[in-house]
Design a protein. Structure first.
Length: 676
C-alpha cells in the first residue's frame, strides 16, 4: 500500500506548534531546558516548526538586567545548549534572545535547526511609550541587512532582510518578526509575504490588559488574511516579572483569517498548541488572487530580502490531520454565524430578484412548485422580494405541475406551502401534454411499454418549462428558476427547454446543502408564519427525487449522483481552491470517515449525520469529476442570470467559473486512481 497518501505532507500540509512556556526570570539555563522540553513535546506530536515567546531565554520584563554581561553570556550558552540538543531533532525552533552585535544590543529571533543557527532576525520597531521602554536597552534592527553575527560559537546570517526557504518543502518560506512589529501600519511581515513568505512567526511578550487579547487576535487574523499566509503568535506567559504588569501566555495560529488553534490564557501550566497549516492552499490562493502579485511587483520586495535555504526533512508517515475540516464547507459550524449567513443569503437572493423586476418593469413571477427543496426555497425568496417591493404575494403565480410519477406527498406539500404563503396557486397536470409528445415522437412509452429513458424523463421537464414560459408570456411575468448550484455542478438538470432555463434563477449559486439549512432556518424561526413550519419540516424530511419514473420504488437522486453532502464538499474544494482529487479525498476522509467525531452544524438532524469510508469517497469523487469536467459544462455555459451568494463561488460563465464545454477529466481521474 502506498502510505504517502496518508501523509499530510503529500497534500501540502505542515504541522506547526506555538509554545507559551513558564519563564524563569533572568535564568537562561532553566529557560533553555524548558524550551527543549516543549520542543520535544512538539516534535513528538509531529510538528516541524515550534515558536517560542520574545526574549524567552532571558525573560522580557527584566529591565536593566539586560545590561549585565553575565546575563548576556548566559543567554549565549543557553542558545548553544539548545543548538547542541537539537542535532537529532527535525524541528525548526524560533526562540527569543537578547544578542550583542557591533557594541549594540538587539531583541532577536534565533532560528535553530539540527544543531545549526540558521538565522538571527532583530526586532525592527521598539515600543517606547506607556509601559514600554525598549529603546533604553535595544537598538532597532530595521536597517540591519546582509550582515552576519557570531552567536554561541556559530556564525549566522543576521538582519531584518531574511527569509528561510525550505528546499524540500517548496511552499515553505518562513519569516520572523517580534511583537511590536505587528502593531505598526506596515509590519515587516507584510513585505516578507510579498517577497514570498508563507509562514509568518511572531515572538511576542505582549502584556495583558483588559481587551488586549481581542486586539491581538484581530491583528493576527487580519495579517494572515491580507498576506494570504499562516500567522503564528506566541506571547510570554506564566513566570514573567510581575512588578507592574501581568502576562497571559496567548498562543494562537491563524491561516488566511481563520483561527486554527488557540491556547487557554492565564494558565499555570506551560501551553503548547499544535495544528496543520495548508501551504498548498496559500500558494493556490496567491496564484488565483492576481492583485497580491501586483502589489508585490509594485513594492519590489523581492530585492529587499535574501533567502537562506535549508532542508527541513519533516518526519513523514501517517500522522492524521490536526486541523478542523468542515463537513459542510458552505455552512458554518457555529450556530450564530449560521444564522447570520442564512439572513445574508436570503437577502442577497431577494435583492437580486428585486432589481431584475425593477429593471424589467415587471411585477409578476411565474414559478413551478414541486414540493421539493429547490422550488420551496425559491418560493420563499420570491415572497421575501415581493414583501420588500411592497407588492402583494398574489403577484407570484405558483403552479404545481404533476406528471407520471408525482407523489401525493410532494403535491400536497406544494399546495400547503402555496396556501400558507398567500400566493396565487394553480395546478396544471402536464401528463396529457407529455403523452402527446411521446406519441408524436413515436416513443414506446406512448404505446404502454415501460421504457423510462432520458427521453421519457426530459419530456416531462420540457413540458413543465415550456408551460411556465408560456404562462409568463400570458401574464406579463418572469419565470423564476429553482435549480441549485449542486445540480448545475453535476449536470443534473434538463438543458434548454427544461429546468436548466429560466428568466432569472435565485438558486444558481446556492448548493443543495445550504438550501436545506436555509429552509431549516426559516422553519425554526417561523419566518413565514407558524402555518409554514410543519410543511417546511415535511419537505426537508422528503427523499430527494426528480419523481419522473412511475412505480413503487422512489427515484433517489443521491443514488445516481452521490450524496449531496459529499458532492458539495468535492465541489467547494475543486472550484474554490483548485485542489487535486487526491487532496480532496484526503480531506474528505478526515471530515467524513467518523460520524461521531468532529463538529456538526446544529441544524443537521441526527439521522442525517452519516459517515463515508475512503472507498465510498473515491467512488463518488470519481462520479463528480466525470460529470463536472466532461459532461455538464455546456449547460453552465448557457445558464441564466442569478446572484452570487456564497464565498465558495458560483459556476456562472460570467463570473467565478469559465471553462471549455468539451474538456477531458483524464488528468483529474488519473490523480484519483493513484489513491490506494
Amino acid at each position: 500500500m502506498n502510505h504517502s497518501f496518508f501523509d499530510l505532507h503529500t497534500h501540502g500540509f505542515l504541522r506547526v506548534a506555538v509554545a507559551a512556556p513558564n519563564v524563569a526570570v533572568a535564568d537562561p539555563a532553566t529557560n533553555a531546558a524548558r524550551t527543549l522540553e516543549m520542543a520535544r513535546r512538539a516534535l513528538g506530536q509531529g510538528a516541524s516548526i515550534a515558536l517560542f515567546p520574545e526574549l524567552g531565554l532571558s525573560a522580557y520584563a527584566i529591565d536593566d538586567l539586560l545590561q549585565q554581561r553575565a546575563l548576556l553570556a548566559a543567554v549565549e550558552r543557553a542558545i548553544a545548549d539548545i543548538a547542541e540538543a537539537s542535532r537529532g531533532m527535525n524541528i525548526l525552533l524560533a526562540v527569543g534572545a537578547p544578542l550583542r552585535w557591533r557594541e549594540r544590543l538587539y531583541n532577536c529571533a534565533v532560528l535553530i535547526l539540527r544543531g545549526e543557527v540558521l538565522a538571527v532576525i532583530p526586532k525592527s520597531f521598539l515600543p517606547n511609550y506607556r509601559e514600554f521602554y525598549e529603546r533604553r536597552h535595544f537598538a532597532s534592527g530595521a536597517f540591519v541587512a546582509d550582515a552576519e553575527i557570531d552567536v554561541a560559537g556559530r556564525r549566522a546570517p543576521f538582519g531584518s532582510d531574511i527569509l528561510l526557504s525550505a528546499r524540500d518543502v517548496p511552499e515553505l518560506v518562513a519569516h520572523a518578526e517580534i511583537c511590536e512589529d505587528l502593531w505598526v501600519p506596515v509590519p515587516p511581515s507584510t513585505r516578507a509575504a510579498l517577497a514570498g513568505a508563507t509562514v509568518l512567526l511572531n515572538l511576542s511578550a505582549s502584556n495583558a490588559i483588559v481587551g488586549k487579547s481581542d486586539q491581538r487576535q484581530m491583528l493576527c487574523a487580519s495579517q494572515s488574511a491580507r498576506c494570504i499566509a499562516a500567522y503564528l503568535y506566541s506571547a510570554a506567559g506564566q513566570g514573567e516579572s510581575t512588578t507592574d504588569l501581568a502576562w497571559d501566555g496567548e498562543a494562537v495560529i491563524y491561516e488566511m483569517g481563520a483561527l486554527l488553534a488557540k491556547a487557554p490564557r492565564f494558565s499555570d501550566q506551560p501551553q503548547l498548541v499544535v495544528t496543520d497549516i495548508d501551504l498548498g492552499r496559500l500558494a493556490a490562493e496567491r496564484l488565483r488572487q492576481g492583485t497580491f502579485g501586483d502589489c508585490a511587483d509594485l513594492e519590489g520586495n523581492g530585492a529587499l530580502f535574501r533567502r537562506i535555504g535549508f532542508d527541513l526533512a519533516p518526519v513523514r508517515g501517517d500522522k492524521g490531520l490536526l486541523r478542523p475540516v468542515q463537513r459542510y464547507p458552505y455552512v458554518p459550524d457555529d450556530e450564530t454565524r449560521l444564522a447570520e449567513l442564512c439572513f445574508e443569503a436570503v437577502n442577497i437572493q431577494a435583492h437580486g430578484l428585486e432589481q431584475r423586476l425593477r429593471a424589467s418593469r415587471i411585477q409578476r413571477l411565474v414559478i413551478g412548485v414541486s414540493g421539493g427543496l429547490d422550488s420551496t426555497h425559491a418560493l420563499l425568496v420570491a415572497a421575501t422580494a415581493m414583501d420588500s417591493l411592497g407588492l402583494p404575494r398574489t403577484n407570484i403565480l405558483a403552479y404545481t405541475l404533476p406528471a407520471f410519477a408525482t407523489t401525493e406527498r410532494t403535491k400536497s406539500n406544494a399546495w400547503a406551502l402555496m396556501r400558507a404563503l398567500g400566493v396565487t396557486a394553480q395546478e396544471i397536470d402536464v401528463t396529457p401534454a407529455c403523452r402527446q409528445m411521446l406519441a408524436d415522437i413515436a416513443h414506446p412509452a406512448a404505446l404502454g411499454e415501460a421504457l423510462y429513458d432520458a427521453t421519457y424523463e426530459n419530456v416531462q421537464a420540457g413540458a413543465r418549462t415550456s408551460l411556465l414560459f408560456r404562462l409568463a408570456n400570458r401574464h406579463n411575468a418572469l419565470v423564476l428558476g429553482t435549480g441549485d448550484l449542486s445540480e448545475l455542478a453535476l449536470g443534473w438538470c434538463t438543458y434548454g427547454v427544461g429546468d436548466q432555463m429560466s428568466h432569472y434563477n435565485v438558486n444558481a449559486s446556492v448548493p443543495k446543502t445550504l438550501i436545506q439549512h436555509l429552509i431549516r432556518w426559516c422553519a425554526r424561526d417561523a419566518r413565514f408564519g407558524r402555518e409554514t413550519v410543519t410543511v417546511l419540516q415535511d419537505i426537508l424530511a422528503t427523499e430527494i427525487s426528480p419523481e419522473l419514473v412511475p412505480g413503487a420504488e422512489v427515484q433517489r437522486t443521491e443514488e445516481f449522483v452521490g450524496p449531496y453532502a459529499l458532492q458539495d464538499f468535492n465541489l467547494f474544494y475543486t472550484t474554490r481552491y483548485g485542489y487535486a482529487p487526491s487532496k480532496i479525498a484526503f480531506l474528505a476522509m478526515h471530515a467524513w470517515s467518523d460520524a461521531d467525531a468532529g463538529v456538526w452544524p446544529s441544524v443537521v438532524p441526527a439521522d442525517k449525520r452519516l459517515a463515508y469510508d475512503l472507498r465510498a469517497i473515491k467512488h463518488w469523487l470519481g462520479v463528480f469529476l466525470r460529470r463536472f469536467f466532461e459532461t455538464s459544462q455546456f449547460k453552465r455555459t448557457a445558464m441564466p442570470n442569478g446572484p452570487k451568494v456564497s464565498s465558495g463561488g458560483s459556476l456562472s460563465p460570467r463570473g467565478d467559473w469559465r471553462a471549455p464545454s468539451d474538456s477531458s477529466a483524464a488528468a483529474w481521474l488519473a490523480d484519483l486512481d493513484a489513491i490506494p
